[in-house]
Each structure stands twice: as structure tokens, then as C-alpha cells.
Ligand binder design. Structure first.
Ligand SMILES: C[S@@+](CC[C@H](N)C(=O)[O-])C[C@H]1O[C@@H](n2cnc3c(N)ncnc32)[C@H](O)[C@@H]1O
Length: 358
């Protein structure tokens, strides 16, 4: 492509697209795929040598060649060489904490509306998996403040992020500490566009986040369990500083594609986490009244959990009495071997075989 877009100034920036294009260079990461689909990630060096069960080659044989080159090793095996995509890198890089899966990082960037030039806060940083997607989205003119309370994790994250971008990203400010302590000193009140929380107890930071966000600013939290999700949503409502929380999860099912055998793969990542967003109300504004009332019993008054608190359908006492009667009659029939006793319905006990919600 030789149009004007290839010669814009972003090409010259150290973190711009230029370093992800062109012939393979020494110092770059390359992903090799063998004929069985197995992946090997190597760092190309002038004097490097790759060795595996599928054969070996000198790195210099790849340097200067285009991405998508297929090498044939001395043992006759073929290896396809490509630069890893961000999603490949996140799943193969060294980790301290569990990373946000690429499918969820995509949701966070899109549904969190992380825009070029945005001022974003992220905590915790963990291994830096999500950090790279956030930095790519805000770009060099945006700002990402990432807060991590574990020094060892922050160190791993810095290594991973710097390695991906080929140096320190100019929009990134990584701070060590607890978000609740760091945030008030690090940003002006009402100056942050987006906050992304990936931590055990995001509800503990609702007040500092509310102070930091601009009116209309968005908070997105990533939690692993329904109990965290519920606590976050209820605590966010209780602050009266945020809009109604919206929650969802995403499931991605990969497909097997071969001739006539086109079907979903047998295995999938069944669960990663839930996402929940809410937006900052204007100062001194209370949330609008909800016209749709919460489901009956959704908030139990005595702190006890009843089936209806969880949205379960309940069975009436009358129905339970009938089921019990039927069970006793069925036992009598089983013992006597007689179906036609006076007052005994032949289908007695059949209710037990039905799903309670039918
Ligand atoms: C699951 S990891 C984050 C993973 C990261 N998003 C990634 O994609 O690599 C959660 C991190 O939050 C950090 N953390 C938990 N509570 C925190 C807080 N209040 N302030 C700062 N960091 C916190 C933990 O130390 C941990 O590293």
C-alpha cells in the first residue's frame, strides 16, 4: 500500500505501526507454528539457534524474510513464522497474576468506550495483560495511570508491557500502592474519563473512583464470581453517585473448520469473568427513580435468603401437600401390587417426575 496513510507521522513514532510491519528483524518476537498447530515463541537474534522435535534452524535464516515465511528444517518439517498478535502475546507472556483474557479485553475496550486521547485509570495491573489493550486504545496522546499494590507483579507487568511496545510507552504511568491511597494524590478530582478495576474487591474503591471521574465518566469492573458482582452492584447503587449498573458476560466458542466437518470445537473456555459498567452522575445529583421496581423479595428484609430472593419460582403449600399424599399412595401401591384400590389415582406420584417449574 503506497497511499498517504503509510507516510503519516505516526509511522515514525517508536510505538507506531512501523515496528509491526516489514521484514523480520533481530530483537523481535516471532511465533512459529508447526504442522500439528503447536506454537513456539522465539526472540530472534543474529546468533540464535532454534531447536525442537520438529527440527532446527539458525535465526539468521529468518532475519530479513517477510512475515508468513515457511521454513523447512533439516528433518523436513515445516514451520510457519509470524509476529505474534497482541492476543497471542498476552496468553504466552510470563505471568504473575491471571490475565484478562483477550475476549474480555476486547469487551472492556469497546463497552468501556476507551477512546484515543482518553485519561484512564486501571487497577490492579497484575501481569499487564489488559494494560497493553488500554494503551493501544488511548494511544500516545492519551494517559493511562495503572496502580498495582504488589511490587513483584508491577515489575512483571512493566517487563511485559515494555517488551510488547519495544520500550516505555509515553502514555503509561505505573504506580505502586493501593488504589485508594494512590488515586486521590495522582489525579485532579473530576478529571478521569474511564476507570477499569480488575481486583478482588472493587467495591472498596467506589468513593475514590467517584471523586476521580468526570461527570458521565465510566467505571468498568471485571469480577470472577456472582457474589462479587452482586456486592459491587449493590454498593455502587448505595453511593447514589452512579447510574444503574449493567452486567454481562461473554462466551466465545471456537470452530473446527475442515471440509464437511464444520462444527463448534468440543472444548471451550467456559468461564472467565463478569463485566459490569456504571457511569458517574453529575455532582450533587441523585440517581433517577427506578420506574421498574425490583423483583418481589429481591432484597430480603431480615438478611435471610429465601428462594424468591434468588428469583426461584416457589411451590405452593397446597401443591406440596398433594405431592406428599401421592407419594404415600404410590408406596401403598408398590407394596400391595394393586393399582385399583379405592381412592388411589393410578398416576399417583407422577408429579415427582416433573420439573418443578412445569
Ligand atoms: C487479576 S490481577 C489483574 C490482572 C491484569 N488485569 C492483567 O490482565 O494482567 C488483580 C491484581 O489486582 C491487584 N490489586 C488488588 N487490589 C488492589 C488495590 N486495592 N489496589 C491496587 N492493586 C490491587 C492484585 O495485587 C493483583 O495483581
Amino acid at each position: 500500500m503506497t497511499d498517504a496513510r503509510t507516510t503519516t507521522s505516526t509511522d515514525d513514532l517508536p510505538h507506531g505501526p512501523a515496528r509491526r510491519r516489514g521484514p523480520l528483524r533481530a530483537g523481535e518476537r516471532v511465533q512459529l507454528t508447526d504442522s500439528k498447530g503447536r506454537l513456539h515463541t522465539i526472540l530472534l537474534t543474529h546468533d540464535g539457534y532454534f531447536q525442537s522435535q520438529r527440527g532446527s534452524f539458525r535465526h539468521s535464516e529468518l532475519i530479513g524474510r517477510p512475515e508468513g515465511t515457511v521454513l523447512t528444517t533439516a528433518t523436513g518439517h515445516q514451520l510457519l513464522a509470524l509476529r505474534p498478535l497482541l492476543s497471542d502475546y498476552v496468553l504466552s507472556m510470563p505471568r504473575g497474576a491471571t490475565v484478562v483474557y483477550p475476549k474480555d479485553a476486547g469487551q472492556i475496550v469497546q463497552m468501556g468506550d476507551i477512546f484515543p486521547g482518553a485519561r484512564v485509570v486501571e487497577a490492579g495491573v497484575g501481569s499487564g495483560g489488559l494494560t497493553m489493550s488500554l494503551l493501544s486504545a488511548v494511544g500516545e496522546r492519551g494517559h493511562l495511570l495503572s496502580v498495582e499494590r504488589r511490587e513483584d507483579f508491577a515489575d512483571i507487568a512493566r517487563g511485559n508491557v515494555d517488551s510488547w511496545f519495544g520500550g516505555a510507552h509515553p502514555a503509561w504511568d505505573l504506580r505502586l500502592g493501593d488504589l485508594a491511597d494512590v488515586l486521590p494524590d495522582a489525579v485532579e478530582p473530576g478529571s478521569v474519563d474511564r476507570v477499569v478495576l480488575d481486583m478482588l474487591a472493587p467495591w472498596e474503591n467506589l468513593d475514590v473512583v467517584a471523586e476521580a471521574l468526570v461527570p458521565g465518566g465510566l467505571l468498568i469492573a471485571y469480577v470472577a464470581t456472582t457474589t462479587q458482582l452482586s456486592r459491587f452492584a449493590e454498593d455502587a447503587r448505595a453511593t447514589e453517585r452512579f447510574t444503574e449498573p449493567q452486567a454481562w458476560e461473554s462466551m466465545v466458542r471456537t470452530w473446527h473448520l475442515e471440509g464437511l466437518s464444520v462444527r463448534p470445537d468440543h472444548r471451550m473456555i467456559g468461564h472467565t469473568g463478569f463485566l459490569v459498567t456504571t457511569r458517574r452522575l453529575a455532582p450533587r445529583t441523585t440517581p433517577p427513580q427506578r420506574t421498574r421496581r425490583p423483583a418481589k423479595g429481591a432484597y430480603s428484609a431480615d438478611g435471610e435468603w429465601a428462594p424468591e430472593d434468588l428469583g426461584e419460582r416457589t411451590i405452593s403449600d397446597k401443591k406440596v401437600r398433594r405431592v406428599r399424599r401421592d407419594i404415600h399412595r404410590r408406596a401403598e401401591i408398590e407394596q400391595s401390587g394393586m393399582a385399583s384400590q379405592p381412592g388411589v389415582r393410578p398416576e399417583a406420584g407422577a408429579d415427582l417426575l416433573r420439573h418443578p417449574e412445569e
